[in-house]
Design a protein around this ligand. Structure first.
Ligand SMILES: C[S@@+](CC[C@H](N)C(=O)[O-])C[C@H]1O[C@@H](n2cnc3c(N)ncnc32)[C@H](O)[C@@H]1O
Length: 251
């Protein structure tokens, strides 16, 4: 039986793996976040602010607080929400100011009563079931401040990237090994269409990680890191980046 994505990070072993394996010091995901973080901070710093009301951030599917703990000091109020109590328990240890909640924004709409100037949603869209993607995006669309609110959302598995052959190989192995590895991919075109049909217009697209992650486990790691750093951000080859980041406004 396949585990729904809402259950994937409920148990403490998955949470521990996320922290100690996926985001261990020096992991590929950590290297990509090191490139992404300053760009996300700059995007938020550059957004227009009204002095008449607080500037509000929501980190949807905040998990263990990687993103919200980095951004909480840039805004007047920071809120995080996730469906996993165990993920949020770790986030509570990292955040100093953010208010964190556990719950389901679809069945408990009352959990989010504000309009948000920035909504971040990292590492969620790719792996959640296709039937949930649109529902979540439409709910986020309802609570984004207009006209200047921004959704900053990423897809960390681009099917048009140089990692695609390795994913095909791992999918083939997975048929025999059944490790439960998440090997989903989305194309830039499908992602853009998904965002548009659910009420978001993309105003900027950035890309992170062009070279195959395998290189990070070879003696070429230093070179690969330098090349990926040089190629990250807003470029014509964004549709080839492994991790695609979209800045969107409500249509
Ligand atoms: C891969 S983690 C990403 C966590 C964090 N955003 C980050 O980038 O480090 C995915 C998160 O989505 C959460 N999640 C899955 N389904 C959800 C839902 N329906 N509502 C809220 N959170 C959900 C999981 O509990 C998990 O914490």
């Amino acid at each position: 039986m396949t585990t729904r994505y809402s259950e994937r990070f409920q148990d403490s072993a998955s949470v521990a793996d996320y922290e100690s394996k996926e985001y261990r010091a020096g992991s590929y995901s950590t290297c990509i976040w090191d490139l992404q973080r300053p760009q996300v901070e700059k995007i938020i710093a550059d957004l227009p602010r009204s002095h008449a009301r607080p500037f509000r951030l929501l980190d949807f599917a905040c998990g263990t607080g990687r993103v919200i703990s980095a951004l909480e000091n840039q805004v007047d109020t920071a809120e995080g929400i996730d469906i996993s109590e165990n993920m949020v328990a770790v986030a509570r240890g990292k955040c100093l100011r953010a208010q964190l909640q556990v719950g389901d924004i679809l069945s408990q709409p009352e959990l989010l009563r504000n309009k948000y100037d920035v909504i971040t949603a990292f590492r969620f869209l790719l792996n959640v079931e296709p039937d949930v993607r649109g529902k979540i995006l439409r709910r986020l669309r309802e609570i984004i401040a207009e006209p200047d609110g921004r959704l900053i959302i990423n897809v960390h598995g681009n099917s048009h990237s140089l990692r695609h052959p390795a994913i095909l190989w791992r999918r083939w192995r997975e048929r025999a090994q059944k490790t439960g590895a998440m090997l989903n991919e989305m194309s830039p075109r499908d992602t853009k269409q998904l965002l548009r049909t659910n009420g978001f217009e993309i105003v900027r697209q950035l890309g992170f990680g062009v070279l195959p992650p395998t290189l990070y486990r070879t003696p070429l790691r230093g070179l690969a890191t330098a090349i990926d750093a040089a190629l990250s951000g807003e470029h014509v080859w964004n549709d080839c980046a492994i991790d695609m980041l979209f800045v969107c406004r409500a249509i």
